[in-house]
Design a protein around this ligand. Structure first.
Ligand SMILES: NC(=O)c1ccc[n+]([C@@H]2O[C@H](COP(=O)([O-])OP(=O)(O)OC[C@H]3O[C@@H](n4cnc5c(N)ncnc54)[C@H](OP(=O)(O)O)[C@@H]3O)[C@@H](O)[C@H]2O)c1
Length: 226
């Protein structure tokens, strides 16, 4: 396996360096701002904020393959490949095995390299294109980001920590994975209990009117499924 340097000592850079090393890939880093990769690396993977990708890519001295991990940034013109794990990575790291991953490459060789890295990580490649795309990123954000935001909104509504609903949220995600979205669907909208939905809406309006647009959008989206 060819040697790779990882630039960016943040959440993803640290987690990817550990996971790739554990898979037997020779890894340099994660490297900080003033630590250029050595000449011998076959590729450099940028794990920096999206807005820093162009600047960080321009600073790489020799020109091995350069990749980034942003789901919302095209590969060209600053990089050769993209590797976007569909996973939320915190300071505690993440287990990438079995997670989805989108890859992209500006050439067959670059795409093959990204595929190799995804294989090392145990990612299930769900999107492989030439450009890298905001649609993948938006899908991931809708799946994970809105879940976090909804839990926070529920906490605001009840005036308590969102962790109070953690078992409920966990069970919902597990049921969705096991049974599929249609069979996992429960609640008043699924049952056609429109009176209950109306009472819930009144309660939201009284306690946290700023959450009404979110509540209405969720009810509408659930009706489509139901
Ligand atoms: N975390 C996730 O869940 C996740 C999942 C999939 C994809 N991604 C992608 O991964 C990339 C990094 O995200 P992250 O969550 O790891 O961000 P992060 O935790 O904020 O870490 C970013 C790191 O990049 C460093 N950095 C900034 N500019 C740099 C530069 N010019 N040269 C070298 N290092 C630089 C920062 O250092 P300083 O602290 O010194 O600024 C920081 O250590 C993004 O493109 C993101 O879209 C993240």
């Amino acid at each position: 396996m060819s040697r790779i340097a990882i630039i960016g000592r943040g959440r993803l850079g640290t987690a990817l360096a550990a996971a790739l090393r554990a898979a037997g890939r020779p890894v340099e880093g994660p490297l900080g701002r003033d630590e250029p990769p050595s000449d011998g690396v076959a590729a450099v993977l940028l794990c920096v904020p999206d807005a820093e990708i162009a600047r960080a890519a321009a600073l790489i001295p020799a020109r091995p393959l350069v990749g980034h991990c942003s789901g919302a940034t095209p590969v060209a013109p600053h990089c050769d490949f993209g590797l976007h794990p569909l996973m939320t990575v915190t300071e505690e790291g993440a287990d990438f095995r079995g997670a989805g991953g989108a890859i992209a490459g500006s050439s067959d060789g670059a795409l093959a390299f990204a595929r190799g890295l995804a294989g090392d990580l145990g990612l299930n490649v769900v999107g492989a294109g030439g450009a890298g795309g905001a649609a993948d990123h938006a899908a991931a954000a809708i799946a994970a980001g809105t879940l976090e935001r909804r839990a926070a909104a529920a906490g605001r509504l009840r005036g308590e920590r969102e962790s109070a609903r953690l078992p409920l949220v966990r069970a919902t995600v597990e049921n969705w994975a096991r049974l599929g979205p249609e069979r996992a669907l429960t609640g008043p909208v699924a049952r056609g209990d429109e009176g209950t939905v109306a009472r819930q809406r009144d309660a939201v309006e009284q306690r946290a009117p700023e959450l009404l647009p979110l509540f209405d959008a969720m009810v509408e989206a659930t009706r489509v499924y139901a």
